[in-house]
Write a protein that binds this ligand. Structure first.
Ligand SMILES: Cc1cc2nc3c(=O)[nH]c(=O)nc-3n(C[C@H](O)[C@H](O)[C@H](O)COP(=O)(O)OP(=O)(O)OC[C@H]3O[C@@H](n4cnc5c(N)ncnc54)[C@H](O)[C@@H]3O)c2cc1C
Length: 392
């Protein structure tokens, strides 16, 4: 059986270029700048577009052929998220969840769970969510309070999740819950990941009015005696957090590519504006004070792209990329915040209007430094990997 853990031959630049070009052409047709602005203003998750992405073969890129996917190299996945990030980061954020969930189910799900979930994800008609973060804790996931108790052959869940992408539109929620008491003095032991059907009386989903990634379907979820079958645990009972750690590098690299997409889009808009806007009888792009921030962002972006490729190459060949993924995520996130901020200064008044897309890029870029692991936490990981004592 093909699984996404197999290493594949590295795609050539031409092959990556072909995917990029066809995706861009598709996005030009289906997700114009005007449509993006409408979706963002309405905070509407573009659910209809998932099917289109599926027809392009994009949503199932990483799943096995037996599930309707194409077992493609992970670098194709990264090309997709970078392009989506460049066009509309809210859509990229949804893609990230689907990619992550697909990887997680492929790695840890049993045959029945894979058969049930992966074809729908590949076909773009069954969205999924990852419910980890809670009102009282995000970075420190071992401190979550949501509980699942086994009674009469069913899991009964009570608790609350916060900032969960796509949950109002998803059929299934992958929920981190405490199923067992901590062992060996570690809170991270005793947590399990449970597949919970969203559509049931015990699950209440409230859409949040976000300032960034406004159409990523970010929600709050309330579990009040929500039910899941006894066999709904993915992976080993009590070892959910451990299993999750095995997919975090992928998530961080996905976010790093998304951040580069956003940064590049903002950089290009600012450069074009600098060439066309005039002051004192000449284009503002002739002033050094306008050129230097663009050059600085270019340098940071070039570095971020290089770090992304390095992390992706290690992941694709099955290597340990904890350090490289954290470095790439950190660099790309900072590059995105800086590039969008500098771009806004260049557009000045125009940047604050909704005719410009820069404020959206900047709002979306803010998440690139705080999620899915904050850049402070990334620094902790980097320091630890560099031989310093663990600080958290
Ligand atoms: C748009 C969006 C979508 C999201 N989607 C999902 C989703 O689908 N599923 C999901 O489960 N979650 C999701 N999240 C949550 C996201 O993963 C968390 O916001 C993130 O993990 C940070 O957690 P927090 O916001 O609770 O911050 P906290 O953990 O409260 O951190 C607050 C601050 O303290 C700092 N800090 C904490 N601990 C340390 C330390 N040891 N050292 C240094 N600094 C530290 C952090 O860096 C941060 O600056 C989403 C968030 C957003 C904004």
């Amino acid at each position: 059986m093909t699984t996404i853990e197999e290493t594949t031959q590295a795609p050539t630049a031409e092959e990556i270029g072909l995917l990029r070009d066809s995706l861009r052409a598709w996005l030009d047709r289906h997700l114009s700048r005007e449509r993006v602005r409408e979706l963002d203003e309405a905070r509407t998750v573009p659910v209809d577009l998932w099917r289109g992405l599926a027809e392009l073969g994009v949503t199932g890129l990483r799943f096995g052929e037996e599930y309707g996917g194409s077992s493609a190299d992970v670098r194709y996945d990264y090309t997709v998220i970078e392009e989506l990030g460049r066009r509309y980061a809210s859509m990229a954020a949804g893609y990230m969840v689907v990619s992550m969930a697909g990887k997680f189910v492929s790695m840890h799900g049993n045959d029945e769970q894979r058969q049930r979930l992966l074809p729908g994800l590949a076909a773009g008609d069954a969205l999924i969510s990852f419910g980890l973060t809670e009102p009282d804790t995000g970075t420190d996931l071992a401190a979550i309070k949501t509980r699942a108790t086994l009674r009469d052959g069913q899991w009964h869940l009570s608790g609350q999740k916060l900032y969960i992408t796509l949950a109002a539109d998803a059929k299934t929620l992958i929920v981190l819950a405490r199923t067992d008491e901590p062992t060996e003095g570690r809170n991270s032991n005793g947590l399990s990941l449970i597949l919970v059907p969203r559509d049931q009386p015990g699950v209440n989903v409230r859409r949040l009015k976000m300032a960034g990634l406004r159409a990523a379907g970010t929600t709050e979820i309330f579990f009040d005696d929500a039910l899941a079958p006894e066999d709904a645990i993915i992976g080993t009972r009590g070892k959910g957090l451990e299993a999750l750690l095995g997919t975090l590098n992928h998530e961080r690299i996905l976010q790093a590519y998304m951040a580069v997409g956003i940064a590049e889009a903002a950089w290009t808009d600012a450069r074009d504006y600098a060439l066309q806007r005039t002051a004192f009888g000449r284009p503002i792009g002739t002033f050094q004070a306008v050129q230097h921030p663009l050059a600085q962002s270019y340098v940071e972006l070039a570095g971020a792209k290089h770090l992304n490729e390095e992390a992706a190459a290690i992941e694709a060949t099955g290597g340990n990329c904890v350090l490289e993924a954290a470095v790439a995520k950190h660099a790309a996130g900072e590059a995105a915040v800086n590039a969008t901020d500098r771009a806004l200064r260049i557009q000045a008044g125009y940047g604050l209007t909704e005719e410009s897309d820069l404020m959206r890029f900047h709002r979306d870029a803010r998440d690139m430094v705080s999620g899915p692991v904050s850049n402070e936490m990334a620094r902790n990981i980097i320091a630890e990997r560099c031989g310093l004592p663990r600080s958290y």
